[in-house]
Design a protein around this ligand. Structure first.
Ligand SMILES: NC(=O)c1ccc[n+]([C@@H]2O[C@H](COP(=O)([O-])OP(=O)(O)OC[C@H]3O[C@@H](n4cnc5c(N)ncnc54)[C@H](OP(=O)(O)O)[C@@H]3O)[C@@H](O)[C@H]2O)c1
Length: 277
């Protein structure tokens, strides 16, 4: 299996082309699953205050034996911590739970537009970075107009926008906006939470051509779109399968055919209306 390659973010930091989602990985089993992923070669662990597993993520980082500088921990500010000072306090709270000196990437989890404090929260993250608490800062579930507002109000372009993205919701317009502004796209629920996506005939046909699995075809599609998928798996074999996607290349036509599976958002989580605290 080839190592997971990296790209450079707009702030000069390195960032893997594929990482591990950790939602629902908790307790001893959760730590073991994360350690097994790191042993397989994963270098990016995606957590959030609201996943209630930052403690486990920190423990997995320490237990793995991989030097700290070779691992990236990403966490997120929940809706109830919006505000400039609240954001800084939230980052400090995450550092305490993780028991680490630094968070590598910190995101605003949801914009929660009715609360109207995401620009203040962004200013708090900018300060947290100046204080050396976090290395890179970004957002999650932000629309083009929300990103534009952050940039115009603060002059600081998010390094990453983590959004729902899978073949049923390829987010073509938002990805083009990201490319234009140097924002790295990150795909949440990249396998569409398994669902029926993995039974699509097209994916099975492509899997046969490349002698891989339909899951690997989907994850290679993400990486070739220029997005970092963060598939979650608790199983060492599936973790290996998901990370082993860099030894084949889909053609432009095949990528377009996968994108044509588009249906729209699967769970109705439209950032203009969906809010999470
Ligand atoms: N920013 C946000 O608002 C947001 C929202 C949702 C998710 N996320 C992040 O994105 C991560 C990934 O999203 P997700 O967990 O919702 O969905 P996902 O990664 O698309 O799918 C996870 C599901 O697929 C299964 N699976 C994984 N690899 C597989 C394989 N090779 N073959 C068959 N099944 C496989 C997993 O089961 P097993 O564990 O049994 O393998 C699990 O049931 C989350 O963990 C979280 O870190 C962020």
């Amino acid at each position: 299996m080839s190592a997971i390659p990296s790209v450079t973010l707009n702030d000069g930091a390195w960032f893997p082309e594929l990482g591990l989602g950790t939602y629902n990985l908790r307790g001893t089993e959760g730590v073991e699953a994360m350690v097994s992923a790191i042993e397989t070669g994963y270098r990016l662990l995606d957590t959030a205050v609201n996943y209630e597993n930052e403690r486990e993520v920190g423990e997995a980082v320490r237990r793995s034996g991989v030097p700290r500088d070779e691992l990236l921990v990403a966490s997120k500010i929940p809706g109830r911590h919006h505000g400039r000072q609240e954001a800084i306090d939230s980052v400090k709270g995450s550092l305490g739970m993780l028991d680490l000196d630094r968070i590598d990437l910190h995101l605003i989890h949801w914009p929660n537009p009715s609360v109207g404090r995401y620009v203040d929260t962004w200013q708090g993250l900018i300060e947290a970075r100046q204080q050396g608490l976090v290395r890179s800062i970004g957002v999650s579930n932000f629309t083009e107009s929300m990103l534009t507002e952050l940039i115009e109000e603060t002059g600081v372009v998010p390094a990453v926008n983590q959004v729902e993205l899978h073949p049923y919701f390829p987010q073509e317009r938002l990805r083009a906006f990201h490319a234009q502004h140097g924002i790295r796209t990150e795909s949440w629920s990249p396998l569409a939470r398994r669902s029926e996506l993995l039974t699509e005939q097209l994916l099975h046909e492509l899997a046969t051509i490349y002698e891989v699995t339909p899951t690997q075809v989907v994850l290679r599609w993400h990486t070739q779109l220029g997005s970092t998928p963060i598939p979650k798996s608790s199983d060492p074999d599936r973790q290996r399968e998901n990370a082993d996607v860099f030894d084949f290349t889909l053609t432009e036509e095949q990528i377009a055919a996968i994108s044509a599976l588009e249906r729209g958002r699967l769970w109705g989580a439209d950032p203009d209306t969906h809010e999470e605290m």
